[in-house]
Design a protein around this ligand. Sequence first.
Ligand code: IDP
Ligand code: MG
Length: 136
Amino acid sequence: MSNLEQTLSIIKPDAVERNLENDIKAIFKKNGFSIIKEKKIQIEKSEAEKFYKTHETKPFYDDLCTYLSSGPILAMVLEKKNAISANRELMGSTNPDDAEEGTIRKKYGISIDKNSVHGSDSMENAKIEINFFFKD
Ligand code: IDP
Ligand code: MG
């Protein structure tokens, strides 16, 4: 299947802290994603800075990196046909206030910074981000 893709998903600290891991994983499975790999970890701020390097010029970069490294996260490799765009759609808009009904961020997101999930935005970034968390 040529368009079977893998994407990186992260359940962010705000959602792990509220014990939403199983609920969110169930949503992925119900929507046809296979969870190929998963790893629960807490990363250093320096690692978050590397992960979010594309945002380094943004005014929210420092807070974003402090936040991602503030508590445990669940990193996952999700697989599905067109997984990258399918996951972006299922996550919903970056700002939960703008997220569509039925999306993860609409259901669980607290604010634009505590929006519960991350998902890769392109094939290129999916490869880089999967490799970031799952090097072997
Ligand atoms: P995405 O997570 O929907 O791909 P990006 O634009 O890549 O959104 O931003 C990465 C993360 O940075 C967002 O998920 C959000 O947590 C945070 N962020 C984005 N824009 C803002 C902002 O304007 N203020 C505060 N945090 C933001
Ligand atoms: Mg992004």
